[in-house]
Design a protein around this ligand. Structure first.
Ligand code: NAD
Length: 488
């Protein structure tokens, strides 16, 4: 690892660093220092992005995407290397890191379709001899702010579309995982992208605030926790910017008695404990209906207790650590709170140790049975490997319980009944829905949805929503009378 650097106007510059250490979550090994980030660094990056904008916006779309084709190939060529960086700084397993990278690259591929995706539409003769058409124009400078849990994929939910649409970018990755994006930026540089089109500034709140307040930043794309999403949406909008903010989650999965035992258990275990529960689409609460209670409680407990926890660099590992020791302590105390409120810890991973990794932030998988609806845990995003079980009698009760959640990111159902699945899909109050799917993550050509406190804005990340978000519509109405030229 190298020290964290900024990339501004095609130059690598030292980032302002704090004393806080960044450590490998599996080993505690020192990786570097947390970037402090300053308003001046942001001002410099926005100036560079603003200067590059007219030339980039005037570059024909088919020429702009040639850089993305090269970028896609470089990401493929360095696939293993970047996946390894994600494991080292974030703690994922090899399969998870590769999965994240694959889903990120998909967005680069989709953005290569911009010459079609960015087209407007027209109608001749809206009145006799008068035609009307809509064209999409680039916005200007876009700010992108991302979370720690997908160090590469989430920046790629935005960056390829933003530049394919002719905008220039200032990106601020999570200060907790700066190294993977640093490498990705070096690859982007290798494509020969003109200086200033994409700039990277590292840091935390001061960098975010400077982006939110800078008059030349036209749009903000954000992913992170709900309180920060709300804050960024309010402050950015108050400053007249276009803002999209994807927030936190508390996802439910409903298990009906007719679901297939083995498949359901395997998929829900992966959803709840994959990425150590640090996915915004992780299942946090399973709602069993009727007789599913007994078999599901047994099978998921067996699956949770048998997970191999360890360093993601070990190919045997099935679950890695959480991001920091503070996160681990927070998860432990939330489990404690749930138990005090009356839940039964049928599997308790709080004290799990990984041999030879005393400095790692490991937790075992935990299952809490019967979390009361009144418990703080019922509506709190835990963001760790903890699954709560709640037992109900009907699908309708499950749909109502989900409707009461302040979040609306995702919900899934496991059943072999098409009628129950359809009822669920039509009635459930979340933006992403899974039918016999545990992590309902939309592909790059669909919007990554999210409702209620899981999303603030109108247009989501990815796909056609991204094109809407990153372009301004211009509507022209024109008339060309036949004999006018003689009058001049
Ligand atoms: P976070 O909100 O702490 O940080 C996200 C970004 O906001 C970072 O870049 C950080 O520097 C910045 N930030 C943090 N505090 C800030 C403040 N007070 N003012 C201004 N900026 C601030 O989130 P995280 O812990 O990095 O990521 C986990 C969260 O992200 C979870 O809540 C998870 O559900 C959510 N998430 C949501 C989605 C989605 O699509 N809905 C996807 C991934 C993660």
């Amino acid at each position: 690892m190298t020290e964290v650097q900024n990339y501004i106007e095609g130059r690598w510059l030292p980032s302002t660093l704090s004393n806080t250490e960044l450590c490998n979550p599996s080993t505690g090994e020192l990786l570097g220092h947390l970037a402090a980030g300053t308003e001046e660094e942001v001002a410099e990056a926005v100036r560079a992005a603003s200067a590059a904008f007219p030339g980039w916006a005037a570059t024909p779309a088919p020429d702009r995407i040639q850089f993305l084709f090269r970028f896609k190939q470089l990401l493929e060529d360095h696939f293993e290397e970047i996946a390894r960086l994600v494991i080292i700084e974030n703690g994922k397993t090899l399969g998870e890191a590769k999965g994240e990278l694959r889903r990120g690259i998909e967005n680069v591929e989709v953005a290569c379709g911009i010459p079609i995706l960015m087209q407007g539409y027209s109608l001749d003769d809206i009145a006799r001899g008068i035609d009307e058409f809509m064209t999409r124009e680039s916005l200007g400078v876009v700010g992108i702010i991302t979370p720690f849990n997908f160090p590469v994929m989430i920046p790629l939910w935005f960056l390829p579309y933003a530049i394919a649409c002719g905008n220039t970018v200032v990106i601020k990755p999570s200060e907790r995982v700066p190294f993977s994006m640093l490498r990705v930026m070096k690859l982007l540089e290798e494509t020969g992208l003109p200086a200033g089109v994409v700039n990277l500034v590292n840091g935390g709140k001061p960098v975010v605030d400077a982006l939110l307040d800078h008059p030349l930043v036209r749009a903000i794309s954000f992913v992170g926790s709900t309180p920060v999403a709300k804050y960024i949406y309010s402050r950015g909008s108050a400053n007249g910017k276009r803002v999209q903010c994807q927030g936190g989650a508390k996802n439910h999965v409903v298990v009906l008695p007719d679901a297939d035992v083995d498949t359901t258990t395997r998929i829900i275990a992966d959803s709840a404990f994959g990425c150590a529960g640090q996915r915004c689409l992780a299942v946090s609460v399973t709602l069993t209906v009727g007789k599913a209670r007994d078999w599901f409680t047994d099978s998921i407990s067996t699956a949770a207790a048998s997970l191999r926890v360890g360093d993601g660099l070990n190919p045997e590992t099935q679950m890695g650590p959480v991001i920091t020791s503070a996160s681990r302590d927070r998860v432990r105390s939330l489990i404690e709170k749930g138990v005090q409120d009356g839940a039964k810890p049928v599997v308790d991973g709080r004290q799990l140790q990984v041999k030879g990794h005393d400095q790692g932030n490991f937790l075992g998988a935990s299952i809490l049975d019967g979390v009361p609806a009144t418990s703080e845990l019922a509506d709190t995003e835990i963001f760790g490997p903890v699954l709560s079980l709640v037992h109900l009698n009907t699908v309708e009760e499950a749909i109502e319980l989900i409707a009461r959640s302040p979040y609306g990111n995702a919900a899934s159902i496991f059943t072999s009944s098409g009628a129950a699945a359809r009822q669920f899909r039509k009635s459930v109050s979340t933006g992403n829905v899974g039918i016999n799917i545990g992590v309902a993550a939309p592909m790059a050509y669909f919007p990554f949805s999210g409702w209620k406190s899981s999303f603030f804005g109108v247009m989501h990340a990815q796909g056609r929503d991204a094109i809407e978000f990153y372009t301004d519509k211009k509507v022209t109405i024109e008339r060309w009378p036949k004999n006018w030229s003689r009058q001049f």
